[in-house]
Structure formats: C-alpha cells, structure tokens
Design a protein around this ligand. Sequence first.
Ligand SMILES: Cc1cc2nc3c(=O)[nH]c(=O)nc-3n(C[C@H](O)[C@H](O)[C@H](O)COP(=O)(O)OP(=O)(O)OC[C@H]3O[C@@H](n4cnc5c(N)ncnc54)[C@H](O)[C@@H]3O)c2cc1C
Ligand code: SF4
Length: 535
Amino acid sequence: MTDNRYDVIIIGTGAGGGTLAYHLAPSGKRILILERGDYVPREKANWDPQLVNVDAHYNAKESWLDKDGKDLHPHTNYYVGGNTKFYGAALFRLRKEDFGELRHHGGISPAWPISYDDLEPYYTQAENLYQVHGNRGEDPTEPPANSPYPWPAVSHEPRIQQLSDDFARSGLKPFHVPVGVMLDEKNPHKSRCIRCNTCDGFACLVGAKSDAQVVCVDEAIKYPNVTLLTNSLVKRLETDSSGREVRSVVVERNGSQERYSADVIVVSCGAINSAALLLRSANDKHPRGLANSSDIVGRHYMGHTNSVMMAISKCPNPTIFQKTLGVNDFYFGSKDFEYPMGHISFVGKLDAITLKAGAPAIAPNFTLELMAKHSLDFWLTSEDLPDPNNRVTIGRDGKIVLTYTPNNLEAHERLQTKLKQAMKQTNCSIHGHDCHQGLFGRNLYVGQRIPLAGVAHQNGTIRFGHDPKTSALDVDCKAHDVDNLYVVDGSFFPSSAAVNPALTIMANALRVGDHLMKRLGVSATKLEQPVLAQA
Ligand SMILES: Cc1cc2nc3c(=O)[nH]c(=O)nc-3n(C[C@H](O)[C@H](O)[C@H](O)COP(=O)(O)OP(=O)(O)OC[C@H]3O[C@@H](n4cnc5c(N)ncnc54)[C@H](O)[C@@H]3O)c2cc1C
Ligand code: SF4
C-alpha cells in the first residue's frame, strides 16, 4: 500500500461529504477527504454585512457561463464545510408526499425510488447530529417522526410572535422553523450561540452554527485513520481499462498535480460541481462523461423558485434572529388552487447595507434605512420541476455552463398572493389593519449580480433511481456504470420538493454511509474511538 492509496476517498466537505466523513470515521478504514477550499478564516469580517452581502467577500472566485454565454459569478462557497458554513441552518425533512409523484400546475414532480419511511431513521440521526431545534406537531404538513427534536424550538422574538398570533387568528397554522444553531435559551450564560443578526448567509464567528465543518469534519479528523487535505481541487477521475472502476483521483494541490486511489470513491462537490467533475472525466469507455451512459449527468438541474418579500409595517421590527416562523398551509394547495404552491418562512433580518445591494421598490415615505427597520423579510420557496434541458455542461474553454429556464411559476405567483392576503389580515393594536403598508419584492441580486437562489439550493443533476436508462445512480447512490463510484451531495434528488434541501442531503449521506460500512465489511462492534485531547 503506497501513501496515496486509501480505502475511501471523499471529495467535498459540505452537507453530503462532511456528514459521510463523520459517519465513516469510526470504521478504522483509511479515509482521505479532499476539499478544494480552505477553512473560513475566523475574523470580524465573518459578520460584516457590507463585506459578506455586498462585496461577496467569501464567494467562489470563479465564473461560469449562462445559456447565452454570458458570465455568471456563482453565489457559492468553497470552504471546509461547503455551503453549510453560510447557510441559514433551516433543517427541514421533506414531506412524506414529496417522495411520491405529485401533480403540479406546471407538470409532474416524479417519485423517488425510496420512500419517506426508508429515510426516516436517518432524518432522526441527522437532526440529532446537527442539533436541530424545533417543536413537533405544529407544522400541518410535517411527516411522521419517531422521536422528538433534540432541542426545543428557537423562540420567536415579540414582533414575530405577534405575527404568528395574527396568522393563527386568521386560520393559518404558523410553526417554529427547525434550525441548527447551538442555542441554549434555558442557560444563556452557557449557550454557544449568542442569537445574533448575522447568521443566514454568514459564517458563524463563534462556531455555534451546526455546519458540516464544526459538527462533522472537525470530529472526523480526530480519528487517526482520517486525513483531510484542503486546497485540493479534484480535476478528473480516471478509470481502469474496463471503465468499471475509478483508478485515480487527479488533484491539483499547491500548484502541482497529485494522484490518489481508493477502493471506494465518493463525489460530493455540490450538484453543479459534481456533475461537472463527471463530465470532465469523459474517456473512451465513458465518452459522454463518467457514469453517463444514460446521458442523465448534468440534466434536470433544479434550484427552487425562491423570492424574498419584504412586508413593511408602520410598527418597527426590531427582531434580531428572524428565521423562526414558517407557514406551510399552502404547501400542497388550497381550495382555490389545487396544486402545490410551496413554503413560506423568513430570511435573516435585512439591514440597510444589504438592501442597497438588491434594492427593493421603495415603499412610499420610506427610505431604505426605514424600510429595513420596519420590514418583515419573508422567504418563499416553490418547487421547480426536473427538466432535462435545465442542465450543467462544460463549455469549450472548460468552464461550467448552467442552462436554466424557470418552470412551474404559477405556483410561486399564487404563493406570493397568499402571503399578500395573509398580511392584509394582520391587525396591530396601534394601527389596526393600516399597520401593513404593502409587500415589496427584494431583488435577489448581490454585489456580483447573480440570483442567490440560482445555485444555493442546487440539486438533481445526477439523479438516483432503479433504471440505468433514466438515472445515473442506483438506490444506494452508486453509479450504475461504475462499481466503486458514489455521489452523496444534492445531485441525487429526482425532484426538489419545496423545503430547504440540506437535512435531506445529510440524512441520505448517513443512509449511504450505512451501505458503505457493509460494503467495507465494518461491523458496529469494531468501531474505533477518536484520538482525543491532542496537544
Ligand atoms: C446563503 C445560503 C443559505 C442557505 N440556507 C439554507 C438553509 O437554511 N437550509 C438548507 O437546508 N439549505 C440552505 N442552503 C443550501 C445548503 O447550504 C446546501 O443545500 C448544502 O450545503 C448542499 O450540500 P452539498 O453537500 O450538496 O454541497 P456543498 O455544501 O456545496 O459542498 C460541496 C463541497 O465540495 C467542494 N468542492 C467542489 N468542487 C470540488 C472539487 N472539484 N474538488 C474538491 N472539492 C470540491 C466545495 O468546496 C464544498 O466544500 C443555503 C445555501 C446558501 C448559499
Ligand atoms: S445566531 Fe448563533 S449560530 Fe448564528 S451566527 Fe449568530 S452566534 Fe452563530
């Protein structure tokens, strides 16, 4: 065995790769984790809205192309922990019905090859691992769960509680959003999380967000059998002459090229980069791209239809941590629209600096500063449907090309209308129904002029399924065409549902992890202990 030979190589450290590394670490198997980025530096800039939201300081410094050949500067992050370093940590299970076929206004959302019940135990494990705070039984669309959340829900601040009460009075069933922050409201002096206003979209300066680095990678590398190489960009995967096995992982590190090999290779670069890696790894046995005899790789790109709607009230909104309230009453439709519409919740509280980067239409008599002080900042998500023509390809110069035409938009417009109606019914004790001044769409463009939602919820490009003609991965997320290649990031989704994707990616990584443990011949009794308290 040379130093470059491992039992398992995991490429990428985000929700999928980081979680899998944590799960496999006690196996005693030699595991190499390759991550193109470095650690997010711990610095005051982590919490600076100008640097983070306007200057896009931590965003990937590369450009892709859109379908018209125009430059895209993706709002994505290459760091240990992947996009979970910056996520809002809203950690939802998909609804039970999302695993079946659903008829939408814009077409069919296809069934998954596994059922909700197959994933349920792993959702529970993922919620425990990522310390999700939530209350079961409040969300009317919530799927059945075998255990309570490990932590009680993060409480609403007064303005959000008032809105929740208003919504409830008008017949809605608002609920507490499940979030992965290490907040201990009963023991504030011991709480790692300080409940600040720079969480969603920011890295946590005090390491209190349940992200894949803090929760998983930092723990995994305490095991002597686990090695993490940062700043290691995987350029290509090479197969043996049969094409059935990945033989080498070609890595660019410190300006030179290195090669690594393993019995099992797991790709987890995020749905866009994983597809790009397989497409770039084409060879004579895989002329359309690695594991792509189906011509599925890169297709069916989904990213949700998202919008930010600012509801301006005469009453101020001094909320600090705003992402606590959700409304799923319209998730599967309503009396006047029989198709699914989606999910309503919140983004982190917007400030005037951030608003300048994506200026909304200004409410009459309001400045941006005043709007920021008085806004409730809603996040609306609707399902986009898998379209084979929405896809990742590689341009002639090797750049990623992202071709995307939005679909199922009627659902999103209906959802916006539902929110407008619900807001009109709010009734404050000072201004009555006049308190609400209207809803204003915030343009989802940051400094680099890219729709945040365009890639934040990326999924679907290497879908799993039973049929090798219509899917690239089997039900264990192993490539149909290659015997030692797996994919565990958001690529495997056959449909995008309308809740945030990360918990499902984490739960699936744990599921695939169990399969890999069996494949590697590891029994539960043989698990190792981490090396603790190293000087
Ligand atoms: C601002 C923001 C807010 C969000 N909020 C939420 C939320 O509240 N709830 C939620 O569920 N989701 C949220 N998301 C989405 C969530 O972060 C992603 O769904 C999740 O991180 C995807 O996990 P992944 O494993 O597919 O990929 P990622 O987390 O993106 O990880 C991919 C990793 O692979 C690495 N990599 C890529 N290419 C290579 C290569 N060639 N070689 C080596 N390494 C490579 C990357 O550097 C990265 O570390 C948010 C995202 C953003 C950007
Ligand atoms: S709210 Fe808590 S977890 Fe989020 S950034 Fe602030 S301290 Fe960190």
